[in-house]
Design a protein around this ligand. Structure first.
Ligand SMILES: NC(=O)c1ccc[n+]([C@@H]2O[C@H](COP(=O)([O-])OP(=O)(O)OC[C@H]3O[C@@H](n4cnc5c(N)ncnc54)[C@H](OP(=O)(O)O)[C@@H]3O)[C@@H](O)[C@H]2O)c1
Length: 337
């Protein structure tokens, strides 16, 4: 089988295409023929040595998100059958309940080998069935980006019809947040550095857009769009450099899903968070239970993930570079054909 490994993490050029014998599933394990993998910002961080959450294997198989079909099962497997269409869970050990430290170190494409391979063996508990209507490319986008947005909006306090969500930027997580907000009957305000991307985000369901490059004080625009009230939920993918403004854009008693930490450095004044009684909730992807709940909602509402570009397997480096360029909107996918 063909697969990619990262012998070192000095950059995208380290991605190495190899031939190896396919793995064999043991007891309780499934062999998945991967059909597609989807990139996340984190995959860039892993490839460039900017990501460390516990130990990682040497010569890691990169990328956490993918979808494929079960090609073989080991003894004792009863959750899936040969031919089932599945996706791996991001954190293999987080099945449900609150996040625990021991789950956090079972992330694919980081602590454990990932999915950029024709075949992967996974524990049967570490896969979920994918919605029937989705292609493998579409379903590959669900394990991290979609689930993170889902967790931010439904994982604790649940987004209600008529409320307003603020999504920062037009990357993978934020576009899912817009789609989930619309699915829930809520409004979605999106920010972007690009007017063309804002137009596309509006066509996908965003109710208003603010160009954060042209409006450095974009929180004032967001407040104006909500009649001065502020938004109910913020999907905060920026980090310290955006959190201050995100807090100003939130309504009293609003909820900020703290997702990103890497785009912009800055200092955060905690006073507005306290004064407005904001809930600041750290989001770390989501559990398998959340993934299955999200998939049910995706199926019922006919939600289709937004794919920017699909690259062939042999052009994985070009896919990484496309994500790095930040020209994309939604998801960048690699077909494993
Ligand atoms: N905690 C978790 O569980 C979790 C899960 C997933 C992702 N994340 C993190 O969330 C972030 C987004 O991930 P992703 O995969 O969605 O990334 P992505 O697809 O690469 O999207 C990044 C987008 O963010 C926008 N952006 C960049 N700098 C910005 C800034 N200063 N202010 C506002 N928007 C900015 C850009 O949108 P425009 O081009 O429209 O300006 C860019 O396209 C990353 O930091 C990632 O590590 C965390």
């Amino acid at each position: 089988m063909r697969l990619y490994r990262l012998p070192t993490t000095n950059g995208i050029d380290d991605l190495t295409l190899l031939e190896e014998a396919p793995p064999v599933p043991g007891r309780g394990q499934v062999l998945v023929r991967m059909r597609a993998a989807a990139l996340n910002y984190r995959d860039l961080m892993v490839a460039t040595g900017r990501f460390s959450q516990g130990a990682a294997p040497t010569a890691l198989i990169p990328m956490s998100d993918g979808a494929g079909e079960v090609a073989a099962i080991g003894d004792g497997v009863d959750r899936v059958a040969v031919g089932d269409r599945v996706a791996p869970t991001f954190m293999q050990a987080w099945l449900g309940g609150p996040l625990q430290a021991r789950y956090n170190v079972t992330a694919l494409g980081g602590n454990l080998d990932g999915v950029l391979a024709e075949y992967r063996v996974l524990d049967q508990d570490g896969v979920v069935h994918i919605p029937a209507a989705l292609s493998f490319e579409e379903a590959a986008t669900l394990p991290c980006a979609a689930l993170t947005a889902w967790n931010a909006l439904f994982g604790d306090r649940v987004l209600k019809p008529g409320e307003t969500v603020l999504a920062l930027g037009t990357g993978g997580v934020s576009i899912f947040a817009i789609q989930f907000a619309r699915m829930a009957g809520a409004k979605a305000i999106v920010t972007s550095s690009s007017d063309a991307k804002l137009e596309r985000a509006m066509a996908l369901g965003a109710t208003a857009g603010v160009n954060y490059a042209r409006h450095p004080e974009w929180q004032d625009e967001v407040l104006a769009l909500t009649g001065g009230e502020g938004v109910d939920f913020v999907v905060e993918v920026g980090g310290a450099g955006t959190l201050q403004r995100a807090a100003q854009a939130a309504r009293f008693g609003g909820m900020i899903g703290m997702i990103g930490s890497s785009f912009a450095a800055g200092l955060v004044d905690p006073a507005p968070i306290m004064r407005k009684g904001l809930a600041l909730r750290g989001i770390r992807i989501g559990s398998r239970d959340m993934f299955e709940a999200m998939n049910r909602a995706v199926a019922v509402h006919g939600l289709r993930p937004v794919i920017d570009t699909v690259f062939p397997f042999t052009e994985a480096k070009a896919a990484y570079r496309h994500l790095e360029s930040q020209k994309h909107l939604g998801k960048v996918v690699i077909a494993i054909d």
